[in-house]
Design a protein around this ligand. Structure first.
Ligand code: 5GP
Length: 201
């Protein structure tokens, strides 16, 4: 059997606090065929974050220059900072047949969906608004008014769920959520647009 595979662009998105980052990390651990696309970000690194690994950290001026140079697949302002997916992180890898994972906010995901790129989009849904609020509060990183803002955003984001290819309800353990995502990925790898094994005589 001669196997040639086309790379998959997997977009994981959802409201802040839905758990998309955890699901993305579990998928990367389990499936070595995926590469994480390191985004550009204008926020400061958190303790333990490494430039070029977690994000390409940069100032607003550099980010604006990259926007002007059309260097991004998508970009958005999220919670007061700019984030963007660099074409240089995505395009070459896909052409080389590698799978690329984007963990991005819903504005960015909508841009990728609207762009007509051949992407697989997954919306991560929290079990309830009450649970989402509790997760945001437990994190303790946001002030009460910021939690309220994210809750309002979440309601609007959930309304656009229908524009994604798949939804993963993250209502169990992280491993259960990761298993659902894994199922989607396995099926998408066998799509004939990406995978056409050729039979030998
Ligand atoms: P954090 O600053 O907590 O790492 O990420 C904040 C939010 O920005 C998360 O929802 C994350 O998914 C999103 N994000 C990270 N990188 C990108 C990106 O390249 N584009 C967009 N649109 N959102 C991103």
């Amino acid at each position: 059997m001669i196997e040639t595979r086309k790379g998959m662009l997997l977009v994981i998105s959802g409201p802040s606090g839905a758990g998309k980052g955890t699901l993305a990390a579990l998928l990367l651990e389990r499936d070595r065929s995926f590469r994480f696309s390191v985004s550009a970000a204008t926020r400061a690194p958190r303790p333990g974050e490494i430039d070029g690994v977690h994000y390409h950290f940069m100032d607003e001026e550099t980010f604006a220059r990259l926007v002007a140079e059309d260097a991004f697949v998508e970009h958005a302002q999220v919670h007061g900072h700019h984030y963007g997916t660099l074409k240089s992180e995505v395009c070459r890898q896909l052409e080389a047949g590698e799978n690329v994972l984007l963990d991005i906010d819903t504005q960015g995901a909508q841009q990728v969906i609207a762009s007509g790129m051949e992407a697989v989009s997954v919306f991560v849904l929290p079990p309830s608004f009450r649970e989402l609020r509790s997760r945001l509060e437990k994190r303790g990183t946001e002030k009460p008014e910021e939690v309220e803002r994210r809750m309002r955003n979440a309601r609007a984001e959930v309304e656009r769920m229908g524009s994604y290819d798949y939804v993963v309800v993250n209502d169990g353990t992280p491993e259960e959520g990761a298993e659902r995502l894994w199922t989607i990925v396995q099926a998408e790898k066998m799509r004939t647009t990406r995978y056409q094994p050729r039979l030998e005589d």
